[in-house]
Structures are given as C-alpha cells and as structure tokens.
Ligand binder design. Structure first.
Ligand SMILES: Cc1cc2nc3c(=O)[nH]c(=O)nc-3n(C[C@H](O)[C@H](O)[C@H](O)COP(=O)(O)O)c2cc1C
Length: 165
C-alpha cells in the first residue's frame, strides 16, 4: 500500500500536520512519501492508492502568488509555486483516493478553508469522486498549532489508511 502526502507550508505548521498524517499511515502499514509542493512529481504513480494534500489557508482559500509573496518575505524564502497550481495540473490515476487538509486560524466561516478550495478544484477535475477534508488550527500567521492538533492528525492518518488499497 502506498500513499503520497503533498504539502505547501511557509512557517512549518502544515508540514508538521502532513508528517503527523504520514506517521498515522505508516503505523497502519502504508508506505508513505511526504513531498513539498515545490518538489512533488507532476504525475502521481499508478501504484499510489491515496493522495493527501495539505495547504495553509491564505485569504480564506488557497494561496496565490500575492499571498505567497507575503509569507515568503516573512520567512526569507523564495516565493515558489503553491498547492493551487499543483492540484490544478498534477496527473492523477483514475482510482486514486483523495484527502485534503488545511491549516487555518479557526474553524469558522470567517477563516475560510484552503482544503475546501482544493477539493472544489479536484471535484471539477474528477466529478463524483469523494474527497475527505479536514482543518487543523494554528495561532496567528506563524503558529504554533493548537494543542492536540498533531495527535488529531496522526489519528486521521490511521483512519485514512483504511481506504488505501
Ligand atoms: C498572506 C496570508 C493570508 C492569510 N489568510 C488567512 C485567512 O484568510 N484565514 C486563516 O484562517 N488564516 C490565514 N492566514 C494564516 C495561515 O492560515 C497560517 O499562516 C498558516 O496556517 C500557517 O501554515 P504554515 O506554517 O504551513 O505556513 C494567512 C496567512 C498569510 C501569510
């Protein structure tokens, strides 16, 4: 069983959640690779059963070149591309199971959700496919994650393992 976790992360919080999800999958016997969106393959291999995508919520949705420029400036990193671009263009096997998570400042409507935005793009590409979404909460722009979120992400990873062939 194989899974790939692709994350966009500027301050490390979304990456931390992605790694916790990967640990949950690994303890359940799934072979997992975690890749940053900058280095993720343009095509997901046909033997991968589950793709998990993680993105920080920027301006209530997925990052844009403008929001990435703000985050990149804060962490002194080059801007690069984001989850929006990867989700829109990656070549995905037909029977791939999909799960998307985001990090946000809260779970309310005001915070928005990069995961829901990514799920909308993926549903448009593959109508009818079911896509699990989850939100994990950080404090402010840079974090840290709210207590308990890493453990919740590991538990989610264990539950996602049951859908992976
Ligand atoms: C430009 C910018 C816009 C943001 N807009 C939102 C927002 O609309 N809603 C929200 O909940 N958090 C917002 N945030 C906070 C991010 O959700 C937070 O930086 C992110 O979850 C941290 O994840 P990371 O460490 O993986 O980058 C924003 C952050 C930045 C840098």
């Amino acid at each position: 069983m194989k899974a790939v976790v692709v994350v966009e992360s500027w301050f490390g919080n979304t990456r931390e959640i992605g790694e916790a999800v990967a640990r949950g999958l690994t303890v359940s016997g799934v072979q997992v690779e975690v890749a940053s969106v900058d280095e993720a393959p343009a095509a997901v291999d046909g033997d991968v059963g589950l793709l998990v995508i993680g993105a920080p919520t920027h301006n209530r949705g997925l990052s844009t070149a403008d929001t990435r420029a703000k985050a990149a400036e804060a962490v002194h990193r080059p801007v690069g591309s984001g989850a929006r671009e990867w989700v829109a263009s990656a070549i995905l096997p037909d029977d791939l199971n999909l799960a998307v998570f985001d990090t946000t400042n809260g779970r309310g409507w005001l915070s928005g959700s990069a995961a829901k935005a990514a799920a909308r793009i993926l549903s448009g590409r593959a109508p009818g496919r079911s896509i699990q979404t989850r939100t994990f909460v950080v404090r402010g722009m840079a974090g840290p994650l709210r207590p308990g979120e890493v453990e919740a992400a590991e538990a989610w990873g264990r539950s996602l393992a049951t859908v992976t062939r």
